[in-house]
Design a protein around this ligand. Structure first.
Ligand code: RIB
Length: 334
């Protein structure tokens, strides 16, 4: 049986309002009454319903974060940064994993709305504009993380992925590679499309260089392994001499396929570049060259943008874009 505030009031011989004052404004109640109410709480084992209190207060002390793939260390690093910044503001972060599924993503947005979170950060897979506008109409700001919000009217914090793609391809071209394979997908993800566009632009500037797309169904190790096995199966004259993977998980899968399924050497026969610079990138059998994103800073900045809009709802949306950094390791001869 759930113990209610009314049960506490009856046992202590006071009104429900007095119990509420003892819980929320004890300075307004005499010490004797406070002691009586606390004794009744203790005896009955009453636990206050924080969600109900927070609901009455308007917003809870939590933020919502929806990521594309909680199995990707990039997003757990982003969440870590968001949590650290939220804690500085006395807030907690509720994490939802859309797993690249638009329906799950929508369900999390609705759940965070019911929980009256203080704000929502999201790395969207579907068209979430309408749901986020409904949230905003109820005083709950939303921020895009990991990709620009474009003309949606929301703020965003991300990395310049076109610049990141260019960095990766320029590095491979400087290493003398001329037949680059871009491994990544699905292409309706802005992150993937932008990285490919940046690499294409770099390749277009070098005579005799080419870039071929090997589209994957996901940004995962399994998808990378599948792409790597397709590369291994190519006749030597068609085989790329370099691979730019849209993220490190794909690069890990490509590397595993090359090492396990062929005698191809990395980087001698095939140079390899990933993206994100997750912690594992430096620990792979051939340490991975990768385009580093400031993952934790993206998370921190997402919270800053939410807090700013929470305090000033009229503030204009802001698109914050960090510059990527190339970390050179053995997989390209570093
Ligand atoms: O989830 C897709 C990718 O986009 C991640 O690996 C990271 O690169 C993000 O920007």
């Amino acid at each position: 049986m759930t113990i209610s505030v009314r049960d506490v009031a009856t046992l202590a011989g006071v009104s429900v309002g007095t119990v509420s004052n003892v819980l929320n404004r004890p300075d307004r109640v005499s010490e004797a009454i406070v002691a009586r109410v606390q004794a009744a709480i203790q005896e009955l084992g009453y636990v206050r319903n924080d969600a109900a209190r927070q609901l009455r207060a308007g917003h809870s002390q939590t933020l919502g974060l929806v990521v594309l793939d909680v199995g990707n260390p990039f997003f757990t690093d982003l969440a870590r940064g968001a949590e650290a910044r939220a804690a500085e503001a006395g807030l907690s972060v509720l994490l939802g994993n859309s797993d690249d599924d638009a329906a799950r993503e929508s369900a999390y947005i609705d759940l965070f709305d019911e929980q009256r979170v203080r704000g929502v950060m999201i790395s969207p897979i579907g068209d979430v504009t309408e749901r986020l506008e409904r949230l905003r109409s109820r005083g709950t700001p939303a921020v895009f993380v990991d990709r620009r919000a474009g003309t949606s009217g929301f703020s965003s914090v991300s990395t310049d992925d076109v610049a990141g793609g260019r960095l990766a391809a320029e590095h491979l071209l400087e290493r003398g590679r001329r037949r680059i394979a871009f491994v990544g997908g699905p292409f309706d993800l802005h992150q993937v499309a932008d990285r490919f566009a940046g690499a294409q632009a770099a390749v277009a500037g070098v005579a005799g260089a080419s870039i071929e797309m090997i589209e994957t169904s996901a940004l995962s190790v399994d998808a990378g392994r599948d792409a790597g096995s397709r590369i291994v199966a190519l006749p030597p004259v068609e085989r790329p001499d370099a691979v730019f993977a849209a993220n490190d998980l794909l690069a890990v899968g490509v590397l595993q396929a090359l090492v396990m399924l062929s005698s191809l050497r990395v980087p001698d026969d095939v140079a390899l570049v990933g993206y994100d610079d997750i912690a594992f990138a430096s620990a792979t059998v051939v340490p991975l060259t990768s385009v580093r994103q400031p993952s934790q800073l993206i998370g921190r900045t997402g919270v800053d943008l939410l807090l700013r809009e929470s305090e000033n709802p009229e503030a204009l949306p802001e698109q914050i874009e960090f510059q990527p950094e190339l970390v050179v390791r053995a997989s390209t001869g570093g």
